[in-house]
Design a protein around this ligand. Structure first.
Ligand SMILES: Cc1cc2nc3c(=O)[nH]c(=O)nc-3n(C[C@H](O)[C@H](O)[C@H](O)COP(=O)(O)OP(=O)(O)OC[C@H]3O[C@@H](n4cnc5c(N)ncnc54)[C@H](O)[C@@H]3O)c2cc1C
Length: 471
């Protein structure tokens, strides 16, 4: 952890995330004591692994379920994210192409319902995660962004989001004063939350049901019916990989999902006068329409937590060190903050951190169970995993129950992302060149659009999407 000075305040850099600085790092649970057996072993104690353990144990209390976590539950993106619990799912449009529009509408509907599912379970399990159900507001502040915003709005409505609304500059300003904002779109299917409070609460709820969690236990290799760790091997008919952005570190999985970095800052608390100048009383999660988009929330303790891409990818699929973030990324995020809210220039940054998320080669989130081996996995959420992990976990539950003869197919196992197959990423240096090229193009396109001289979305950005397999 180190510090840099800004406006007489100190910025903590790393230390996992602001959310841990706020809520405290957990006491670590005991590592695996030696060889063991289970009915289901889950690798990774983030939202995906913990929700899966929770739902499986609820559905079948007799199952012996073990979660193996390399550090502590919530060490990964689940303890570092922007706290947008929202209905976006990576790959929906591609699933529409592959399986038809109606299948994609069902996936979208399931995602809409997932937002309320998380809120309801948090309530039922007494998890106070600072949840505020204020929806998602996305703003445009250039002509090209406005064109994209309108197209985005129309697309979302075509997937069944009848409640979504479109706002002009004046209506947008009534909600939030973002400098230069010319329009926005709002959906009720989103809520702000405190990521760490949710992940800690989930681990507690799973344990209370009887799930066994071992921390400080890295799995070095997953094989059918085996999760191998330096402390022993857990044998189980089902081994579920829930390691998202860290997947590349598992033997044989280097090119499965690309670990993409996302970085965040949390400001010092704003004064009531500063809040008055901004508005944002609805505490919607806030995003924009830039190609290299930003995401933000007004925290329960009245700060702004804001994130964006920073250095998108490290050569050789390396991941960060406890969230440390490059100074120029911190500056870039601060520039976004003060571009949105110029009156905040000089406001201190309390904390800066990074995390890693998983990107499949076709940018589609998926959930799978290989019935011949009992190996399952879920992830590749491409940065939209807070709600998606819950839907993926319920789907994994259903796939395991179906495979073990405890139930038949369900609405969830019929969703188009279930058992979706995707090829691996290219070897280095092509991975690095591809991702850096794509983000350099996004940034160039955003800079060009900021001049206001173009109303059209950059063709370059579209070409970059195609090359990266995203379009
Ligand atoms: C900075 C940032 C901001 C984000 N903001 C948002 C947002 O606002 N909204 C949104 O929807 N999504 C957001 N995301 C994405 C979202 O946080 C993730 O998609 C989601 O948390 C993934 O959950 P997970 O459980 O699949 O993975 P993780 O939370 O990464 O959990 C994986 C766990 O597996 C453990 N693990 C890894 N390898 C091993 C191993 N070999 N053995 C044992 N354990 C292992 C890790 O330590 C980790 O705890 C953000 C991501 C980042 C990084």
């Amino acid at each position: 952890m180190s510090s840099t000075n800004r406006s007489a305040t100190t910025t903590v850099n790393g230390g996992i995330s602001y959310w841990y600085a706020d809520d405290g790092l957990p006491d670590t649970r005991e590592p695996l004591p030696g060889d063991a057996t289970a009915d289901v072993v889950i690798v990774g104690g983030g939202y995906t692994g913990l929700w899966t353990a929770y739902y499986l144990k609820k559905a079948a209390p007799f199952l012996r379920i073990t979660v193996l976590e390399q550090k502590f539950c919530g060490y990964g993106a689940s303890g570092r994210n922007g706290g947008w619990l929202y209905n976006g799912v990576a790959g929906r449009d591609r699933y529409a192409k592959l399986h038809g529009h109606d299948a994609a509408v069902r996936l979208q509907q399931a995602m809409n319902d997932t937002v309320t599912e998380v809120i309801d379970v948090a309530k039922a399990e007494d998890i106070d995660a600072d949840i505020h159900h204020g929806g998602v507001l996305e703003v445009a502040y250039t002509p090209a962004q406005l064109a994209r915003l309108k197209a985005f709005h129309a697309t979302e409505v075509s997937y069944g989001e009848k409640e979504r609304t479109l706002h002009g500059a004046r209506e947008t300003a009534e909600r939030i004063r973002v400098a230069g904002a010319v329009g926005s779109t709002w959906t009720p299917h989103g809520a702000r939350l405190h990521p760490v409070k949710l992940v800690k609460g989930l681990a507690r709820a799973a344990e209370a049901l009887g799930v066994t969690i071992h921390e400080s236990t890295p799995v070095t290799e997953i094989k059918p019916k085996h999760a191998i760790t330096p402390y022993g091997t857990v044998r189980a008919p089902y081994v579920l990989r829930c390691t998202e952005g860290f997947t590349a570190s598992l033997k044989g999985s280097r090119r499965t999902w690309l670990p993409m970095n996302s970085s965040m800052i949390a400001t010092e608390p704003l004064t009531p006068a500063q809040w008055e100048s901004i508005g944002w009383e609805g505490r919607e999660t806030l995003g924009d329409m830039a190609h290299a988009y930003m995401y933000a929330q007004r925290t329960a303790d009245d700060r702004i937590a804001l994130g964006g891409r920073g250095v998108p990818y490290r050569f050789g699929s390396r991941t960060d060190n406890d969230g440390r973030t490059q100074p120029h990324t911190v500056e870039a995020l601060y520039d976004i903050l003060t571009r949105f809210f110029p009156q905040l220039t000089g406001l201190g940054i309390a904390h800066a951190w990074s995390g890693v998320l998983g990107v499949p080669r076709d940018w589609c989130a998926s959930v799978s169970l290989d019935r011949s081996t009992g190996l399952g996995w879920a992830g590749g959420y491409v940065g939209s995993g807070v709600a998606t992990a819950n839907l993926a976990a319920r789907t994994l539950r259903d796939l395991v129950q179906q495979d073990s003869g405890q139930s038949g197919p369900t609405d969830l196992t019929a969703l188009p992302w279930a058992n979706h197959k995707v090829r691996k990423w290219e070897p280095e240096p092509f991975r690095w060149l591809g991702v850096h090229g794509m983000y350099a193009t996004y940034h160039a396109a955003d800079r060009r659009e900021l001049t206001g001289r173009t109303t059209e979305s950059s063709r370059l950005a579209k070409a970059a999407d195609k090359i990266a397999g995203r379009g």
